[in-house]
Design a protein around this ligand. Structure first.
Ligand SMILES: C[S@@+](CC[C@H](N)C(=O)[O-])C[C@H]1O[C@@H](n2cnc3c(N)ncnc32)[C@H](O)[C@@H]1O
Ligand SMILES: Nc1nc2[nH]cc(C(=O)O)c2c(=O)[nH]1
Ligand code: SF4
Ligand SMILES: [Mg+2]
Length: 193
């Protein structure tokens, strides 16, 4: 089995409810969307076998993988998740919610971009819904979304830079609607990957 991998790196989860947790990022290339604000160049891809990926991550002391991209559900399969589970890894995924998530994933972050009403059919339950928000964007309607343990607003950054008006807007929305919380791209603020 092969995956087309954009990059592999070891860092701290910078976003959402697992912020600060050491994690092995496996960024898969290709996406089915083209968000105007996307901060990631996922075009490059190197074909790797699962054994090659395992050889690259196993020297690190960490046993949490974050599958991201691009859109990782375009490539990830249950058998691949099982391969890493058998080798002692817990696995999180960052997905845009347009496709099913393979069985065996331990922590699902869904960051919806479009057709919010269709996500629940594909992914009935997630650990975290994390919405990228620019000033003026409407608060998403929780009632049509997958059940989630956490509901987070994530102010859209301009590349590596914080956009204060997006932050201020999210903070005000959250104070008015306290079922929501804030997710900042912490890694950008502290200058790590
Ligand atoms: C690069 S995406 C990859 C995973 C998946 N395609 C998705 O969109 O969830 C990872 C996370 O970065 C967020 N993101 C991308 N560009 C951003 C930006 N400029 N500001 C804030 N968050 C951003 C996405 O919303 C998503 O939560
Ligand atoms: N540190 C760090 N945390 C992240 N969480 C999600 C990321 C992503 O690009 O999917 C990301 C990333 O690129 N870096
Ligand atoms: S879905 Fe994710 S990776 Fe794809 S363009 Fe949007 S933010 Fe970027
Ligand atoms: Mg990123």
């Amino acid at each position: 089995m092969n995956l087309t991998v954009n990059e592999i790196f070891y860092s701290l989860q910078g976003e959402g409810g697992r912020s600060g947790e050491p994690s092995l990022f496996i960024r898969l290339s290709k996406c089915n969307l083209a968000c105007s604000f996307c901060d990631t160049d996922f075009a490059f891809g190197k074909r790797m076998t699962l054994d090659e990926i395992h050889d690259e991550i196993s020297p690190y002391p960490c046993r949490w993988i974050i599958w991201t991209g691009g859109e990782p559900t375009l490539q990830l399969r249950e058998e691949i998740v099982a391969y890493f589970k058998e080798r002692g890894y817990r696995q999180a995924i960052e997905t845009n919610g347009t496709r099913r998530v393979p069985a065996g994933i331990d922590y699902i972050t869904c960051s919806p971009k479009q057709q919010f009403e269709k996500i629940r059919e594909l992914i009935p339950e997630v650990d975290e819904l994390r919405f990228p928000m620019a000033k003026g964007d409407p608060l998403p309607d929780i009632s049509i979304l997958p059940r989630s343990k956490r509901y987070l607003l994530s102010p859209i950054f301009d590349g590596m830079n914080v956009v204060q008006e997006n932050v201020d807007y999210c903070v005000e929305l959250i104070k008015q609607h306290p079922q929501w919380g804030l997710s900042l791209q912490m890694h950008k603020l502290i200058g790590i990957r």
